[in-house]
Design a protein around this ligand. Structure first.
Ligand code: RFL
Ligand code: PHB
Length: 392
């Protein structure tokens, strides 16, 4: 067993864990990050694509936005499509704000490259992660490195940034956590395609046969999603069936969907999940380890990064200044934002998807709500300020 010492032990090298390590380093606090996947896997995992303006400012302030500022695509709105009509929502006009398309894969690459250049302790391919002693002043993080050598890291604090399936949430004391959860009766089939986007801004589309979303990764690469049945077998979706279904759902007069080679496809279930509190003793949860939203509101990554911005300040106060006030307020501060985003994500999801066996009442309620959003400036403003991020 190799014994080590750090101030903050971070479990997980996703966007939350990596940004936390960077923010702490800027304040002179050292950390060890352990990740059970390989670096290549973390850098290639296809997930989010859309950043709130606040998230962009956070990355800029952390000195991580050189490539984001060069390659990110600033968007001033979205299209909302239903009943065969496409409507534009202009966020600049409604709330004076924008969002930015910049893939999570690129944020993770930028963070890993910065952390590596800074000589940070960042260990990939580890296994058997364990957290112990969170009720003491010196919790311990244990893991086995890529060669199977066991390590024991004595910490001041452990940050659980290990996503929904990690080990940190289960390491919280039994009986402490309250969990609110909702599973949705459908999934998303997502594709990455080697073809320029067929739209200038994202299209969120409700079709009688289900939701579809046209997003993008760059001016060359498109990202598209289709609502499919829960537990859908991906082999039921050869490429030509995917393109035909996308065409059908997105079809409006005088518009064309450009097709190209499909680089990747996967099926994602949809879930809302909030576990509270996000802290017990010296263990703090951040990002997907504590909460999950369905992707329709584009909030998950933004929430994860917002959590660690609050957490970094709280840990600096606790470790450097001996002030436990901000650490005590951490969970409530995050959960207020999390619940707003949870509501918005549920609202977007519920209004744009067609559940199996939808009755005429529910269908008309959805359409009435969507018509209201595109007709009322007040309703459109509500969507815009939530989509761009609340509080901003
Ligand atoms: P992550 O990214 O899951 O990272 C957790 C890391 O912890 C590692 N890990 C462990 N390491 C060591 N020991 C263990 N025992 C471990 N267990 C797990 C994992 O390997 C992993 O590397 O969580 P984090 O950092 O909290 O980040 C959250 C985001 O990844 C997530 O919320 C977003 O991707 C959600 N999301 C979106 N968010 C947005 O803000 N905008 C979007 O447009 C958006 N689109 C999406 C999305 C998520 C999607 N999927 C696939 C769920 C679209 C999709 C399809
Ligand atoms: C994406 O580009 O992957 C994306 C964009 C917006 C969403 C969800 C996913 O709401």
């Amino acid at each position: 067993m190799i014994s080590e010492r750090t101030q903050v032990g971070i479990v997980g090298a996703g966007p939350a864990g990596l940004l936390l390590s960077r923010l702490l380093a800027l304040a002179g606090i050292d950390s060890v990050v352990v990740e059970n996947r390989s670096r290549a896997y973390c850098e290639a995992r296809q997930r989010a694509g859309l950043l709130e303006d606040r998230t962009v400012r956070l990355l800029r302030a952390a000195g991580l936005a050189d490539r984001l500022d060069r390659e990110g695509l600033e968007h001033g709105g979205i299209y909302l499509q239903f009943a065969g009509e496409r409507h534009h929502l202009d966020f600049r006009d409604l709330v004076g704000r924008t969002v930015t398309v910049y893939a999570q894969t690129e944020i993770v690459k930028d963070l890993i490259s910065e952390r590596t250049r800074a000589g940070a302790a960042l260990h990939f391919d580890i296994s058997a992660t364990e957290v112990e002693g969170i009720g003491t002043d010196h919790p311990v993080l244990r893991y086995a490195d890529a060669d199977g050598q066991r390590h024991q890291v004595r910490c001041d604090v452990v940050a659980g940034c290990d996503g929904f399936h990690g080990i940190c949430r289960p390491a919280m004391p039994a009986g402490l956590m309250t969990v609110a959860e909702r599973a949705y009766p459908y999934a998303w089939l997502g594709i990455l395609a080697d073809v320029p986007p067929s739209t200038d801004e994202l299209i969120y589309c409700r079709h009688a046969d289900g939701f579809a979303l046209h997003s993008m990764r760059s001016l060359e690469i498109s990202r598209l999603y289709l609502q499919v049945p829960l537990d859908e077998d991906i082999t039921a979706w050869p490429d030509d069936r995917i393109w035909a279904e996308l065409w059908r759902r997105f079809e409006v007069p005088a518009w064309e969907l450009k097709e190209g080679p499909i680089l990747e496809k996967s099926v994602t279930p949809m879930r809302s999940f909030v576990a509270a509190p996000m802290r017990s003793g010296r263990l703090f949860l951040a990002g997907d380890a504590a909460h999950i939203v369905p992707p329709t509101g584009a909030k998950g990554l933004n929430l994860a990064l917002a959590d660690v911005a609050v957490l970094a300040d709280a840990l600096v106060a606790l470790i450097r200044d001996g002030d436990g006030g901000p650490a005590g307020a951490y969970s409530a501060a995050c959960l207020s934002r999390v619940w707003r985003a949870t509501h918005f994500s549920w609202w977007m999801t519920s209004n744009l998807h067609v559940p199996p066996g939808q009755d005429p009442m529910d269908e008309q309620l959805q359409l009435a709500q969507l018509r209201y959003v595109v007709a009322s400036r007040a309703a459109a403003t509500t969507l815009a300020e939530n989509y761009c991020g609340w509080p901003g």
